[in-house]
Ligand binder design. Structure first.
Ligand SMILES: C[S@@+](CC[C@H](N)C(=O)[O-])C[C@H]1O[C@@H](n2cnc3c(N)ncnc32)[C@H](O)[C@@H]1O
Length: 352
């Protein structure tokens, strides 16, 4: 058996109670060392589901990432819901052996707000406040029982409204949908992520809410309904069993008070997603890194996008491993890391 590679651990495994030693031995000691593991401080181009298996076991202090959210972005168009779930499940499962015992997997994700569900009854909302004429379908039908020969034009004259109003009351609005999709609902993602993490061997450790800017414009989800606008995401923190170092000195007193100990984190989204469709702001991985890691630890992002996590890691004097599928985003990461930190990272093309 090979002793784990863990420079910051300062505890004696053999001093643990026997039963703990037994249950943790497969975690602390890796039987299968990896040949040519992925290099550190490098951007690896390839599929996360495959490349994670090539990372040195027990080497990552924190993995922090934001996956495709299944909301129709270009980089996820090839995925249907089943293959999207498969991707996330296998990515989470492949994290277990590579995270240090006592280390963390941190996932930034959101619920899917407009999720097609064909089993939903196709019923249009009755937007009462929009009706200029307070006339109901029942009133027209009752009147028609007594005056069966009346046509749309006669009814419009009688009720002092337009023929369209009569038509809309009798036949409903455009039920084929359009802007207001009738068969879409919220898909709550937290339960899925929890199940995948538990089945991988992790334990839910904490969850925080990131409050971003409210998406007032173009909010198909919220219009003509009682639904709220899209203005927050989740940060789920999973723990790999092992000794977790707890060090209050990682943060200043102000940082502890303002965000370290707080369940709600509030900072704006990236101002312009002009180089990548779905970046998170550098504040997000920076907080995770400051809270959960020490200098020289290795931070992983296997959905690296524009390189934000690597930038945060370098600024905080940590090492990074980045994985990204899209070659344009790999190039973009390299450019952004160089621009923001002065470090020009190597790119490795990995045959998947
Ligand atoms: C939500 S974005 C992450 C953005 C990143 N946090 C940032 O700040 O730029 C998800 C990224 O995952 C990448 N991606 C999608 N499928 C992947 C896979 N199987 N393996 C690795 N990367 C993948 C996409 O190309 C996209 O850049």
């Amino acid at each position: 058996m090979k002793k784990m590679n863990n420079k910051t651990d300062n505890f004696r495994f053999d001093r643990l109670p026997r039963d703990l030693q037994k249950s943790l031995s497969t975690i602390y000691y890796s039987e299968k060392p990896i040949r040519n593991p992925l290099a550190v401080n490098v951007i690896h181009q390839g599929n996360a589901a495959i490349l994670l298996k090539k990372i040195e076991p027990n080497s990552i202090a924190v993995s922090v990432w934001s996956p495709p959210y299944f909301v129709g972005k270009n980089y996820e168009k090839h995925l249907d819901f089943e293959s999207w779930k498969e991707l996330l499940k296998s990515v989470i499962a492949n994290h277990f052996s590579i995270i240090k015992p006592g280390g963390f997997l941190v996932i930034n994700i959101a619920d899917i707000l407009v999720f097609r569900d064909e089993s939903m009854p196709k019923i249009q909302a009755d937007a009462v406040h929009r009706k200029k004429v307070q006339l109901t379908k029942e009133e027209i039908l009752n009147f028609l029982v007594r005056n069966p020969t009346m046509n749309r034009n006669d009814l419009a004259k009688h009720f002092n409204c337009s023929e369209q109003t009569i038509d809309r009351r009798l036949n409903g609005n455009n039920v084929r949908g359009g802007k207001h999709e009738t068969q879409s609902r919220v898909k709550i993602i937290g339960g899925l992520v929890e199940d995948w993490a538990l089945s991988a061997g992790f334990y839910p450790y904490d969850r925080r809410i990131w409050v971003k800017d409210a998406a007032w414009e173009n909010s198909r989800w919220a219009s003509l309904s009682y639904r709220s606008v899209d203005e927050f995401e989740y940060i789920y923190i999973f723990w790999k069993p092992g000794i977790t170092k707890y060090d209050r000195n990682r943060l200043s007193d102000d940082d502890w008070k303002n965000w370290g100990s707080r369940g709600v984190w509030q900072f704006p989204s990236v101002r312009a997603n002009n180089d990548h469709e779905a970046k998170f702001p550098v504040e997000l991985p920076t907080r995770v890194i400051k809270l959960l890691t020490d200098e020289n630890d290795i931070v992983l992002d296997c959905f690296m996008g524009s390189g934000t996590t690597a930038i945060a890691a370098i600024r905080e004097k940590r090492n990074f491993i980045g994985i990204e599928l899209d070659s344009d985003y790999v190039e973009l990461s390299k450019i952004n890391i160089l621009k923001e930190t002065g470090i020009n990272p190597i790119i490795m093309l990995n045959a998947n």
